[in-house]
Design a protein around this ligand. Structure first.
Ligand SMILES: Nc1nc2c(ncn2[C@@H]2O[C@H](COP(=O)(O)OP(=O)(O)OP(=O)(O)O)[C@@H](O)[C@H]2O)c(=O)[nH]1
Ligand SMILES: [Mg+2]
Length: 174
């Protein structure tokens, strides 16, 4: 057993003793997962993460580079790395995929046909990327409050989404 494993084992025993001796110990640690969140600029990635963290989604500014937020859920903590979606940032996305355990792709369902086509191309590149292709993929079709918003059926038409481990859901953040 390596020194690191032994230290980990001792720390865990310490933790169990603490919980056994005190009637009210700290809650058991929640598992953490690392996710990457991508999508074109303006699709609503920062707004989504702000809402999930109970922060005000007002005054969000476009993400330059990337930003990481820890999103707490009852049974797990999701460490979500948002990659800015501007044209000059997207070409660097793949440099930040390593270590991801799942993907959130945010789509603006009310965007122009051209932007939707660009988003579909980015989505397909991500779905086929060697570091992402085996991971769970959640596609969120945002901006559903707008009159021009497309339905799930319209969005998935011609999108040839892989079936396993991929979900497409609609969403409105405003
Ligand atoms: N109407 C409407 N507006 C939205 C929705 N989601 C986000 N927005 C607005 O869209 C704008 C851009 O949102 P952001 O969250 O910054 O988008 P982003 O994907 O993080 O953009 P980048 O960081 O540039 O990649 C903001 O003004 C949001 O308030 C939505 O569902 N409906
Ligand atoms: Mg952003």
């Amino acid at each position: 057993m390596s020194d690191l494993r032994i230290t980990e084992a001792f720390l865990y025993m310490d933790y169990l003793c603490f919980r056994a001796l005190c009637c009210k110990g700290p809650p058991p640690a929640r598992p953490e997962y690392d996710l990457v969140c991508i999508g074109l600029s303006g699709s609503g990635k920062t707004s989504l993460l702000s809402k999930l963290c109970s922060e005000s989604p007002e005054n969000v500014v476009s993400t330059t580079g990337f930003s990481i937020k820890a999103v707490p859920f009852q049974n797990a903590i999701l460490n979500v790395k948002e990659l800015g979606g501007a044209d000059n940032i997207r070409k660097y996305w793949s440099r930040y995929y390593q270590g991801s355990q799942g993907v959130i792709f945010v789509l603006d369902s009310a965007s122009s046909e051209d932007d939707l086509e660009t988003a579909r191309n980015e989505l397909h590149s991500a779905l086929q990327h060697p570091q992402l292709c085996t991971l769970p993929f959640l596609i969120l079709a945002n901006h559903q409050d707008k009159p021009a918003a497309r339905s799930v059926q319209e969005l998935s038409k011609g999108a040839s989404l892989k079936m396993e481990n991929t979900w497409l859901r609609i969403l409105s953040l405003c």
